[in-house]
Structures are given as structure tokens and as C-alpha cells.
Design a protein around this ligand. Structure first.
Ligand code: ADP
Ligand code: MG
Length: 510
């Protein structure tokens, strides 16, 4: 059946909805769809594109992670731009993380009301006042972005037409993650599932438009590099993990890859509570846990208040920060990844403080969307009014990671009205809402029919970066791969682990 294209175009014209072109003709005949879904579910499970179930949790079993059956179209030019710009973003964030004055002034108001950020900031001040033991930071970062179909200011410059005659604009940054930037495994593995599916459906000719993705190797190379810099072959790589790990494949595959890439490097996994109970510092401030000296720490937990059950987990974070272990992220990197710092960087003149070349500043400015502070000053008051007048133009964000914390739509107005006169408002930032183009596709989820419905979806691309350096120099700066998360277009957020999003990968179109 070849209904979709004309149908989509008609809908676009009548409703002003912008669609990306289909990668293959859809819908698929029902019997073919059923067969390919059954096969691909097993393929996903048997190749580790999986998670532990939240509803029927068992350490001994896995469920496949939700995935999109056919990759989603993504403009090649914008994809290439995101790859190229990553090195500048890495450099920028590394410099921001090492600028005490900038971090302090950016977070000054926020830490008065946001206890979590305040606790992080206190650790930062303590270790910096004492003198930093380990000057090297390892950034394992991910810049998240969405295509924007409405960029009026830059419409001439960034508007592009796809081969299908559908227009879209530029992309805009959603956020820059500096802690627990996941999907180094699940990102590439979704490409592998979709390659298999395209072949099964007789579209091998399309595989060339799925870009290579070596995110797992790239991130693990960064960890091994840091481990080598520590220069003690007996020392281990420590993953700090949550009490219960649902997203286990996206951590264990890192561990397996590290072992494969360097048989000498051993990974251990501990919770913040384990660290609180059993970790100590040696006489040269080596971090020691259960008889192992730690060369580098990879935090896959510690980014939300719920991970710190009591003061003792905070004390453990301080202990680790005081140690000689190389941390990913170091506390300054963690703070540099807050939403408040992102907003401060969007202020006029801020980028110029960190990037000498005007061309780099221009490239970054192009991908920033409107970000506003809600501080108690003239600009903050204007932002409050903007949000009350046009709540649907914005997303309201607190200083949190991990999804499910933002406020959308008309609720933005209610929330802003409620905190308008309270100091609490300074813990939030206001961001212009991005309007990504839609695509049509099938989302395959565990526990539901093998004949999924064709749905409207939107995607968020993440580009991985690895940075190593100290306050003076960057010695390692790489773009290492990507991930695409897709959700139904009506959902505000699309966390895969949270159950709303699905693994996907970009199919590049010209
Ligand atoms: P978190 O740190 O919780 O991941 P994000 O800033 O990434 O916070 O927001 C979570 C999700 O909300 C994003 O993955 C995206 O789907 C959606 N989102 C965030 N900001 C915007 C925006 N400006 N426009 C549209 N959607 C957004
Ligand atoms: Mg996010």
C-alpha cells in the first residue's frame, strides 16, 4: 500500500504539521509486520538490547528495550553539523567546569533554594579550598538536541528541503549531560536491530544511510585512557551504581568492552551506600574500597537526590572527590552540566569568555534556543511575565537530571504564578519549547501486541563526547558516537528507561 506519502503531505498542508519523509513505504502488510516484529524482538533480546523489567524485576532475566522498527529520517546536513560542533561543545564545557568564578556566580541564587545543587556546590567549594588532589577530569558527555521546525530568526539560513520536499529547520540543543550520560551501548545497538530489520524487509540498499556508531568503544577508550593516566596497573575502574540497576545492559557492556580492549583493566561496581560504609583514603589520598585502589570513577548514579539516602552518601561523594581517583564527572563537571549553567551560557557575552574564535561562538549560538533566568531582577521579572502570558511557548526546568521533572504547557503558567513571589523561582529556568518535525513509525514494546499501530513520533539525538584535561589544558577531545531516542509525539518526555521513549537511530536523508 502506498498511501502514506500523499496522505502525510495533505495532512501537513491542512494542519501545518511538518513530517519527515518515510524511510520505506508504510504501513507494512499485517502478516509481514507481525513476522518481523516477532523476529526483531528476539534479535534485540539475544543481542543485549535489553533492560531489567520494572514490573517483574529479577536480576536473572531481561526484557528487550522498546525500539522503533524502522530508523527515523534525519537530515544529513544537520547530523553532520551536530558531529562537528561536538568538539567545540566539549571544549566549552571543559573550560566552564574549570572557571570557579563563572560557576559560583551562575549558581549563586540557585543554591539558596535548591538543596541538591547546594550540596554539590558545598563539595565543590570544600575540595577547591583544600586544594584539588586530582587535577585531571574525564568528561563522558552527551549533547542532546532536537530538530526545530520553527526558527523564525534564522529561517533563511537554516531552512533546508529534503528530497521529499518537506521543509524543516535547524537543530537546537536540549541540554548537555555531564553525568551518567547513558546509551553508549543501547544507542549503537538500536542501529544494529534496525539494520537487521531493513535487511529482513528487503531494503539492504538503505543500510548505507545509517551512519557508523562506535559510541561504546569511544566511551570505553576514554575510561581506559584515564585509567592509564593514573598509572597503576593494579588499580580498578569503579562504576558507582544505583541500588537497583534496571538499565543493566547499558552498563555491563561497557564493562565487557573495557575488559576486551584492555585485559588488565578491571571494573568493579559499588553503590554510594557501599562507598559510605567501606571506602577510605590511603596515605596519598588513594581511594580504597574492599582492598582495591581506584584509578577512575564512572558515576552512573549520584545525579538525583533519591540516590543519597542520608548524609553518609553525601560524605562518600566528598570522600571520592577528595581522592586521587580520576572522576567522571568531577564535581566541577557535574555542576557545569546543570540547567542553570546552560541558561547562564546563553546570556549575551558569556560564550566569548570561553571561546576565543568568533566563528566557534557563532556556531554555538546558532544551536542555543531562548533560555531565561527566573532570578529576582528585571530580566527575571520579564521571563515570569512571558511564561504567564505564553505558557505553551516554554518548558520550565528545575536543576534535575533523569527525566520527569520538567513542567509543560498550561501548567507552566500555574507553576510560575505560584512561585512568582518566592525565592523558589530562582531554582528554575525557562526554556523556549522546541517543535520537532514528526515522523511515522512502529514502536515495539514488551508485553504488547506484535502488530503495533503506526504512530506519530518525535526524536531527540544525542552526540557523545569524551574530554580529558585539567584546568590548563585539554589533552583529549573527541566526538565518539550518537544515540537517537524517539517517543510518541504527544508525550512531553521520552525516557526509554521511564517507559515512554524507544531506541531508534538516524537514517540520513539529503
Ligand atoms: P533531563 O535532565 O531530565 O533529561 P531535559 O532537559 O533533557 O531534562 O528534558 C527532558 C525531556 O524533555 C527531553 O528529553 C525532551 O524530550 C523534553 N524537552 C526538554 N526541553 C525541551 C524543549 N525546550 N522543547 C521541547 N521538549 C523539551
Ligand atoms: Mg535529558
Amino acid at each position: 500500500m502506498s498511501v502514506p506519502q500523499p496522505l502525510l503531505k495533505k495532512r501537513k498542508m491542512s494542519e501545518g504539521i511538518k513530517y519527515l519523509p518515510l524511510v520505506i513505504p508504510l504501513p507494512l502488510p499485517e502478516d509481514q509486520l507481525k513476522e518481523v516484529v516477532e523476529k526483531s524482538k528476539d534479535w534485540a533480546l539475544m543481542h543485549g538490547a535489553a533492560m531489567r523489567s520494572k514490573t517483574q524485576f529479577s536480576e536473572d532475566s531481561l526484557q528487550f528495550a522498546p525500539f522503533v522498527l524502522i530508523p527515523s529520517a534525519f537530515p544529513r546536513r544537520e547530523f553532520m553539523k551536530s558531529i562537528e560542533i561536538q568538539l567545540i561543545l566539549n571544549e566549552l564545557m571543559h573550560k566552564v567546569a574549570h572557571d570557579r568564578e563563572f560557576l559560583t556566580s551562575s549558581l549563586k541564587e540557585t543554591i539558596k533554594v535548591d538543596e541538591f545543587t547546594r550540596n554539590l556546590f558545598q563539595i565543590y567549594e570544600t575540595v577547591h579550598d583544600e586544594g584539588v588532589t586530582q587535577p585531571i577530569s574525564l568528561g563522558l558527555v552527551r549533547s542532546d538536541l532536537m530538530l526545530e521546525t520553527e526558527c523564525p530568526a534564522k529561517a533563511d539560513k537554516c531552512r533546508t528541503s529534503s528530497s521529499a520536499g518537506i521543509s524543516y529547520c535547524c537543530w537546537k540543543q536540549i541540554e548537555f549531560n555531564t553525568i551518567a550520560s547513558g546509551f553508549g551501548w543501547l544507542g549503537p545497538s538500536s542501529g544494529a536491530i534496525q539494520r537487521y530489520i531493513l535487511q529482513e524487509l528487503g531494503h539492504s540498499d538503505k543500510l548505507k544511510n545509517l551512519p557508523d556508531n562506535n559510541a561504546l568503544e569511544g566511551l570505553c577508550s576514554g575510561m581506559i585512557e584515564a585509567w592509564k593516566l593514573y598509572d597503576d596497573p593494579q588499580a580498578v575502574i569503579l562504576f558507582i551504581i544505583e541500588d537497583v540497576t534496571f538499565n543493566i545492559c547499558d552498563q555491563r557492556f561497557h564493562e565487557f568492552k573495557i575488559r576486551e580492549m584492555n585485559p588488565q583493566a578491571r571494573v568493579i561496581r559499588r553503590t554510594l551506600t557501599d562507598m559510605a560504609e567501606r571506602a577510605s583514603l590511603g596515605k596519598n589520598k588513594e581511594l580504597i574500597i574492599d582492598g582495591c585502589i581506584v584509578a577512575m570513577i564512572y558515576f552512573r548514579a549520584g545525579y538525583e537526590p533519591g540516590h543519597y539516602h542520608s548524609q553518609k552518601e553525601w560524605d562518600a561523594r566528598l570522600l571520592m572527590e577528595r581522592s586521587r581517583a580520576i572522576k567522571s564527572p568531577s564535581i566541577q563537571y557535574h555542576l557545569a552540566g546543570t540547567k542553570k549553567v546552560q541558561q547562564t551560557l546563553a546570556r549575551p557575552g558569556a560564550l566569548e569568555q570561553f571561546l576565543c574564535e568568533p566563528s566557534k561562538v557563532e556556531r554555538i549560538k546558532e544551536v542555543f534556543t531562548g533560555l531565561y533566568s527566573l532570578d529576582f531582577d528585571e530580566l527575571g521579572d520579564q521571563a515570569v511575565q512571558l511564561a504567564i502570558d505564553n505558557p505553551e511557548r516554554f518548558v520550565l526546568k528545575p536543576q534535575r537530571e533523569g527525566g520527569g521533572n520538567n513542567v509543560y504547557g498550561l501548567e507552566v503558567r500555574d507553576a510560575v504564578k505560584k512561585m512568582k513571589n518566592s525565592q523558589e523561582r530562582t531554582a528554575w529556568i525557562l526554556m523556549e519549547r522546541i517543535h520537532p518535525p514528526l515522523s511515522r513509525g512502529y514502536i515495539v514494546r514488551p508485553g504488547v501486541s506484535n502488530v503495533p499501530e503506526l504512530v506519530d513520533m518525535v526524536s531527540e539525538l544525542g552526540i557523545f563526547g569524551v574530554v580529558i584535561g585539567d584546568s590548563e589544558t585539554i589533552t583529549y577531545n573527541k566526538q565518539v558516537g550518537h544515540m537517537l531516542r524517539t517517543k510518541v509525539s504527544t508525550a512531553n518526555e521520552g525516557g526509554v528507561a521511564a517507559g515512554l521513549g524507544a531506541l531508534d537511530s538516524p537514517y540520513l536523508i539529503d
